[in-house]
Design a protein around this ligand. Structure first.
Ligand code: ATP
Ligand code: MG
Length: 238
């Protein structure tokens, strides 16, 4: 297993927000984490990433225990994070925003074809290539999302945690972001995707975790979620 999360508990002050989350991601997999608002999906990603400190439980990445490590160490271990709010530096150019994604100031193994370089990012994100010197803050929402994903890739993650990438985007941009995630996954990056757009999530993921209040209620195939109305009614629909 690439990632193994076991019995993860996280509190915000007195509120017990994750109550024993279990999930696994295999090498090369794209897995979706779905559920209604406030169930703890973002908190799960933040807990894996070390942005919030879990109170107990285990997060193993490539067999190594990483729970409780600070985010920069989790990133160094090989996990990238694309937060919901994108966190583009608005004054910096597209190129400089991408350069900030490089870990420890240098690209490792630049001659390895699997290493993410600026050229490779621009190949996958031609819209960003056209705007190399434009300020990040002047990109459209969809372009900013691409930039945020591109910046995470510059750290050469094995696993990317992506929180609501299609949030607030036009239907065309939703499709473009979806296609980029598919390409990245085909290029060998595993993905844990939190996504409200069910169609997008099920078109990308073969395996889905359904989150109910504070824990994973059920694991299903994308096909089961598509065909099982009761499952959707229980975990997803308003
Ligand atoms: N920093 C925080 N301090 C206190 N409570 C928080 C904090 N962040 C989130 N929560 C609470 O924790 C619970 C889980 O929030 P989380 O953001 O993980 O849910 P989510 O599944 O990502 O929801 P959404 O689909 O709306 O993004 C919610 O009840 C939320 O109000
Ligand atoms: Mg969220």
């Amino acid at each position: 297993m690439l990632l193994e999360v076991k019995d993860l508990n996280t509190h915000y002050g007195p509120s017990h927000v994750l109550q024993g989350v279990h999930l696994e991601i295999g090498e090369g997999e794209l897995v979706a984490l779905l559920g209604r608002n406030g169930m703890g999906k973002s908190t799960t990603l933040k807990s894996i990433m070390g942005m919030v400190k879990p109170t107990s439980g285990s997060v193993k990445f490539e067999g190594q225990e990483i729970v409780g490590l600070p985010p920069y160490k989790v990133a160094r271990a090989g996990i990238g994070y694309v937060p919901e709010e994108r966190r583009i530096f608005p004054e910096l150019s597209v190129l400089d925003n991408l350069m900030l994604g490089i870990k420890d100031g240098k690209i490792r193994n630049p001659n390895d074809p699997n290493t993410w370089t600026i050229e490779r990012i621009f190949h996958h994100f031609p819209k960003l290539a056209e705007r190399t010197h434009q300020a990040g803050g002047r990109l459209s929402g969809g372009e900013q999302q691409m930039l945020s994903i591109g910046r995470s890739l510059m750290g050469n993650p094995k696993l990317l945690l992506v929180d609501e990438p299609s949030e607030g985007l036009s239907p065309i941009m939703v499709q473009e972001v979806r296609n980029v995630l598919e390409e990245i996954n085909k290029a060998g990056v595993s993905v844990l995707l939190v996504e409200h757009n069910l169609k997008v999530a099920l078109s990308l993921a073969k395996r889905v975790y359904l989150m109910s209040k504070a824990c994973i209620g059920c694991q299903a195939s994308a096909q089961e979620v598509r065909s099982n109305h009761e499952l959707r009614a229980k975990y997803l629909e308003a």
